[in-house]
Design a protein around this ligand. Structure first.
Ligand SMILES: [Zn+2]
Length: 324
C-alpha cells in the first residue's frame, strides 16, 4: 500500500496511521476469512473420514478429494495473504516505536454503546474486539481526543479525563453508525415530505375540526371534501326542488335537509378557507358541479318546472364564472 511519495520517517503520524488503519482492516478481514476456511477444511476432512469408514469406495458429490484440495489451497492462500499484510504492518509499527509513540484513538462499538480507547491494549477490551482506527486524531492533544470522544472516552485509557468533557455527547462514530444515522435522517426527511404532501391535501374547517360526511366519517382531502359538498347540496335540492313522495313527515324532511345542507356548508366554508376565497366564490365553484347533475335528476323525475329553473341558473352561473 503506497499512498505517499514520502519515506516512512518523513510521514506524519496521521499519514502513517491512515495506512495502518487500512492495513489492520485488511488483516482483520483476512484473519476472519482464514478462520472460516480452516473450520471448513477441518469439518470437510472429518466428514470424508466418516464417509470412508462407512464405505471406502463411495465418492460423495461434495465431500471428496477435489473439495479437500480446493480448501487446502484456499487456506494456504489466505495464510500467505495474511502474512503479507502482517509484514506490511511491521515497518509502520517499528516507526511508531522509534519515535516514542504518539496519541491515538480507537473506537470500539458494541451493543452497549461504544468507547474510545487510547490503544488496542486496553484491559477493558477483549482480544477479538473490533477496533476502528481514528487516524485523523493521531498525535493530537489528549484533551482534544477526550473532548471529541466525550461520553465515549474510556475511563481506563483516560483516567485523568476531566468530568466536564466526558459528560458531553460524543463526536466520534463508526462508519456503520454514520451510515445508520444518515439512513435515519433520510427516512425522516422522506416522512416529512409525505406528511407535507398529506397536509397540503388536507382540508380542515376554520374551527379546527375535520369535515365529516353524512355517515360520520372524516373527509380530509380536497377531492373528498368537494365530493362531500356536491353530494350534500344535491341531496338537499332533491328534496327542496321536488315533491318528495315518501312516508316521511314534514319534520323528518326538514331535519334531513338541514343535515345535508349543514354538511355541504361546512365543506364549502372549509374549501373557501383552504383556497383563500370567499364562501360565495367557493359556492359558485361547487354549484357549477351540482347544477348539471341536479338538472339531469329533475328531468328524470319529471320535475320540469324546477328543471327549467335550475337550467337557467346553471347558464347564468357559467356566464358569471366565464366573465371572471
Ligand atoms: Zn480503554
Amino acid at each position: 500500500m503506497q499512498t505517499t511519495e514520502k519515506t516512512l520517517t518523513e510521514q506524519s503520524p496521521v499519514e502513517i496511521d491512515t495506512q495502518l488503519a487500512a492495513l489492520y482492516a485488511d488483516r482483520n478481514s483476512m484473519a476472519h476469512k482464514l478462520d472460516i476456511a480452516v473450520k471448513h477444511l477441518a469439518s470437510t476432512k472429518e466428514e470424508m473420514e466418516r464417509q470412508s469408514a462407512a464405505n471406502p469406495t463411495y465418492r460423495h458429490y461434495y465431500y471428496n478429494q477435489d473439495r479437500l484440495d480446493e480448501l487446502t489451497a484456499e487456506v494456504a492462500q489466505l495464510k500467505a495473504d495474511l502474512a503479507r499484510v502482517i509484514a506490511e504492518i511491521a515497518p509502520f509499527n517499528a516507526e511508531f516505536i522509534r519515535r516514542g509513540g504518539w496519541t491515538r484513538a480507537f473506537l470500539v462499538v458494541s451493543s452497549m454503546g461504544g468507547h474510545v480507547h487510547s490503544s488496542m491494549e486496553c484491559s477493558t477490551c477483549r482480544q477479538d474486539t473490533g477496533f476502528h482506527w481514528r487516524p485523523e486524531l493521531s498525535d493530537h492533544d489528549e484533551l482534544e481526543i477526550i473532548a471529541a470522544a466525550g461520553e465515549r472516552a474510556c475511563t481506563v485509557c483516560y483516567p485523568e479525563a476531566p468530568v466536564e468533557l466526558i459528560a458531553k455527547p460524543t463526536s466520534i462514530f463508526s462508519s456503520e453508525e454514520i451510515t445508520a444515522a444518515e439512513a435515519r435522517i433520510e427516512r425522516a426527511a422522506k416522512k416529512a415530505e409525505r406528511d407535507a404532501i398529506a397536509a397540503a391535501k388536507l382540508v380542515i374547517h376554520p374551527d379546527g375540526r375535520i369535515i365529516q360526511d353524512r355517515y360520520g366519517r372524516d373527509v380530509k382531502t380536497e377531492a373528498t371534501v368537494v365530493t362531500n359538498a356536491v353530494n350534500g347540496l344535491l341531496d338537499t335540492f332533491r328534496h327542496t326542488d321536488t315533491t318528495w313522495p315518501s312516508h316521511w313527515d314534514d319534520a323528518e324532511v326538514a331535519t334531513y335537509i338541514a343535515d345535508h345542507q349543514g354538511i355541504a356548508e361546512r365543506s364549502i366554508v372549509a374549501l373557501a378557507h383552504k383556497h383563500g376565497v370567499t364562501v360565495e366564490a367557493e359556492t359558485d365553484q361547487i354549484m357549477a358541479k351540482v347544477l348539471p347533475k341536479l338538472v339531469k335528476y329533475l328531468y328524470g323525475s319529471s320535475s320540469y318546472d324546477a328543471a327549467v329553473r335550475r337550467e337557467a341558473e346553471l347558464k347564468a352561473l357559467k356566464a358569471k364564472l366565464k366573465a371572471k
